[in-house]
Design a protein around this ligand. Structure first.
Ligand SMILES: [Zn+2]
Length: 246
C-alpha cells in the first residue's frame, strides 16, 4: 500500500492499477509498481482569480509532506511578489526559479534532477512559455519521466490565446479547467483589461508591464457586452474589484 500525493498528477496511474480516493483526495495504490509509472504533462488553465497559484502551492506541499521533491518555476515577467516567488491571495507562498523566453527548461530541470531526484515540476504563469519551451516540457515528461504541472491563463484580454497556452492546449496529456465566476454567476472564462476610467481595452500589446490597469474575469456574454458598450459600468453597475492574483 502506497500513498501518492496529488491525485491529478498521478491520474495516469488509474489506468494501470486499482486505485481509490481517500478522504484527503489522495490516491491509494494497491498493485502498481513505480517502474510502470508514466509521467504526464498537465495544463491547469483559467481566467484570472481562479486560485491557480493556490492550487500550485497546495500540490507542491502535498509532495513535500510525503518527503518528495518538487521544482517550482514562475515567469521572470511577473515580479508582483519579488523575484523568484509564487504567492497566493490566501497567504501561501514559495520560492521559485525564474524562466524567461530564453530559458532551456529541459536542461535546467535535468541538471536539477541529476543533483536531487525530482518528483514533480510546477510552473506558474505558463501562458508566457514559448512553443519551444512547451516542447521541452514534453521531453521532461517523456524522457525524464517527471510529471509537469503547468498553471496559466488560457486567453489574454483580447480573447486571444497566449503562445504557451496554445501549445499546452495542443500537447498536454491532461487539460484541467480551474473555474471562477462572473458577477452574474456564470463561469468566468474571459479577462477584461480596464483603464483607470473602467473602459475596456479592445486591443494593444498582449503583455503590459508596470501599468495601473485592472484585470477582471467575466463570462463570455459580459465580456462582449463590455467591449461593445466600451464601459465596464454598463454591466457591473458599481464597478469591479481590483485583482492581484492570476
Ligand atoms: Zn457574466
Amino acid at each position: 500500500m502506497q500513498l501518492v500525493p496529488d491525485a491529478t498528477a498521478f491520474i495516469s496511474l488509474a489506468d494501470l492499477a486499482n486505485v481509490s480516493l481517500d478522504g484527503d483526495g489522495m490516491i491509494t495504490l494497491s498493485i502498481i509498481d513505480e517502474k510502470y509509472f508514466v509521467a504526464q504533462l498537465y495544463f491547469y488553465y483559467s481566467a484570472m482569480n481562479a486560485g491557480k497559484s493556490t492550487s500550485l502551492l497546495q500540490s507542491s506541499y502535498n509532495y513535500h509532506e510525503r518527503g518528495m521533491h518538487t521544482l517550482i518555476f514562475t515567469a521572470e515577467i511577473d515580479d508582483r511578489y519579488g523575484k523568484g516567488r509564487v504567492a497566493s491571495r490566501i497567504g501561501l507562498s514559495s520560492s521559485a526559479e525564474l524562466f524567461s523566453q530564453h530559458t532551456d527548461l529541459f536542461r535546467e530541470i535535468k541538471h536539477a534532477n541529476d543533483a536531487q531526484e525530482l518528483h514533480c515540476i510546477l510552473l506558474d504563469e505558463s501562458q508566457f512559455l514559448t512553443r519551444e519551451q512547451v516542447k521541452q516540457l514534453t521531453y521532461v515528461t517523456d524522457h525524464l519521466n517527471i510529471p509537469v504541472l503547468c498553471y496559466g491563463l488560457r486567453t489574454d484580454f483580447r480573447g486571444e490565446l497566449f503562445e504557451g497556452s496554445l501549445y499546452l492546449l495542443a500537447w498536454a496529456d491532461k487539460l484541467i479547467e480551474l473555474k471562477t465566476v462572473c458577477h452574474c454567476g456564470r463561469k468566468a472564462n474571459m479577462v477584461l483589461r480596464l483603464d483607470a476610467e473602467g473602459r475596456p481595452f479592445h486591443d494593444g500589446a498582449q503583455v503590459v508591464i508596470g501599468g495601473n490597469d485592472k484585470y477582471i474575469s467575466v463570462c463570455r456574454k459580459h465580456y462582449w457586452q463590455a467591449i461593445e458598450q466600451d464601459c465596464q459600468h454598463a454591466i457591473f453597475g458599481q464597478g469591479a474589484k481590483n485583482s492581484s492574483d492570476r
